[in-house]
Design a protein around this ligand. Structure first.
Ligand code: HMG
Ligand code: MG
Length: 298
């Protein structure tokens, strides 16, 4: 497998923090983002313009977005659930947006308070307006490999939702293993079927690591041609509306694996670990990434 042009999307400041009870100040978030950039991270999903009551940790979305350092080549992303969120985001320097919905009804309802059918027109309006304003929009599909409320999720449903998102104009779809249930054979089979309908160049992988399978699932996704992977520093992450969801694949674990395979990521592992340690100190816990746990052995 020739591994070139891999994009790592660092979602720690958004997905990583959204489930944390300890609210970090905007100043601490600024320190984290500055250090992530210093470590070589270029693509950062930093916040969500969702309702602050639903995700209190990200209530400072606009203030944080305004304070982001402008660095050559660095791109900032944020979630927008609807037109209201988009309008809030448009007045900030965020470079691109992501809309999101689930492939299972119950998770969609619990997460964004609408059925899937009700969500589609909301996202269509949001994506179209964002594009009109010159912004790129990514689409997330959650619960692709399983739902905490419904169990198995039909791949046909996933494909239909992906097609609708692409019709709206999203440039890429990130497939979420929201609760970290996928195994490598499922990732391979689902990707083989899905990419018959949707070009693999438009697909990203978003693997949560609840059961320790995120890295191997990411490896299989790479074998199947996926070149964009979402990760979170320290392995932070989870969705408050998906009980049992644990952290994302840790950025340092993916960087360690890729660099060991001779793939240049542009990310300095030691500096990245320092970010995770700093975040851990502010959150009052040791973050779960494997590379962090191996410290002292190197
Ligand atoms: P709702 O209550 O149904 O909203 O929430 P509504 O449209 O009925 O409006 C109610 C009130 O909320 C109104 O205010 C609106 O103006 C306001 P009022 O008139 O009562 O004063 N409102 C907003 N305020 C601020 N920002 C907004 C906004 N929209 C409406 N954007 C809503 C619907 C979508 C807002 C809510 O359900 C929500 O915020 N949900 C967010 C949940 C979330 O962030 N979940 C985690 C992210 S998804 C994820 O983690 C999965 C992912 O990582 C991939 C994977 O792992 O699978 C991406
Ligand atoms: Mg997630």
């Amino acid at each position: 497998m020739s591994l070139t042009d891999i994009t790592i999307v660092e979602v720690g400041l958004r997905d990583g923090l959204q489930n944390e009870e300890t609210i970090l100040s905007t100043t601490v978030k600024q320190a984290l983002v500055t250090r992530l950039i210093d470590a070589g991270v270029m693509e950062l999903e930093v916040t969500s313009f969702v309702h602050p009551r639903w995700i209190p940790q990200l209530a400072d979305a606009a203030q944080f977005a305004e304070s982001l350092p402008r660095e050559e080549g660095v791109r900032y992303r944020a979630l927008v659930p609807n037109r209201k969120g988009l309008e809030r985001a448009l007045s900030t320097p965020i470079d691109e947006y992501a809309v999101f919905l689930s492939a299972s009804e119950t998770h969609n309802q619990k997460n964004i308070n609408k059925s899937i059918a009700e969500t589609i027109p909301v996202l269509k309006e949001t994506v179209e307006l964002a594009i009109e304003k010159g912004k790129r929009v990514r689409g997330y599909v959650s619960t692709v490999f399983g739902c905490p409320y419904e169990g198995d999720v039909s791949l046909k449903q996933v494909v239909e939702i992906c097609e609708k998102l692409l019709e709206m104009g999203v440039y890429e779809i990130s497939l979420g293993d929201t609760i970290g249930v996928a195994t490598p054979n499922q990732v391979r089979e689902k990707l083989k079927t899905l990419t018959k309908e949707i070009p693999v160049t438009k697909v990203a992988g978003h693997f949560h690591d609840t059961r320790g399978t995120a890295l191997v699932n990411a490896y299989v996704a790479l074998e199947e041609g996926v070149r964009t992977l979402d990760t979170s520093f320290g392995g932070l992450g989870g969705c408050p509306y998906a009980p049992g969801a644990a952290g994302n694949m840790a950025t340092e674990d993916l960087v360690y694996m890729l660099e060991g395979m001779g793939v240049k990521t542009g990310i300095n592992l030691e500096k990245l670990c320092q970010v995770s340690r700093l975040a851990g100190r502010h959150l009052g816990k040791t973050l779960p990434s494997k590379v962090l746990q191996s410290e002292g052995m190197r």
